[in-house]
Write a protein that binds this ligand. Structure first.
Ligand code: SF4
Length: 85
């Protein structure tokens, strides 16, 4: 990913956070809530979330969403059936 495409990341509220909060070895509800609390204050949340959804990021918290939440956003229930019709 070219740096200019994620330049907004430099303005992210997480830039001074422990990376393990956003990319834990073992995710937990407490860790997710803490990371999401940081995202909730972030001025580039929209850019971050859009990037992660478009890029298909499979790991970590991006834009206040967990990998599972991003997967459900990208592929909502029934998407396969509606794509086939
Ligand atoms: S939305 Fe969250 S993960 Fe994205 S830049 Fe902001 S604080 Fe970091």
């Amino acid at each position: 990913m070219p740096l200019e495409e994620i330049g907004w990341l430099r303005r992210g509220a997480c830039k001074s956070s422990d990376p393990e909060l956003f990319f834990p070895l073992a995710a937990s509800p407490v860790q997710e809530a803490q990371a999401k609390a940081v995202c909730a204050t972030c001025q580039v949340l929209t850019e971050c979330r859009s990037y992660a959804l478009k890029a298909g990021e499979t790991d970590g918290i991006w834009g206040g969403l967990t990998p599972e939440e991003r997967r459900r956003t990208r592929f909502p229930a029934g998407w396969r059936n509606s794509a086939a019709s």
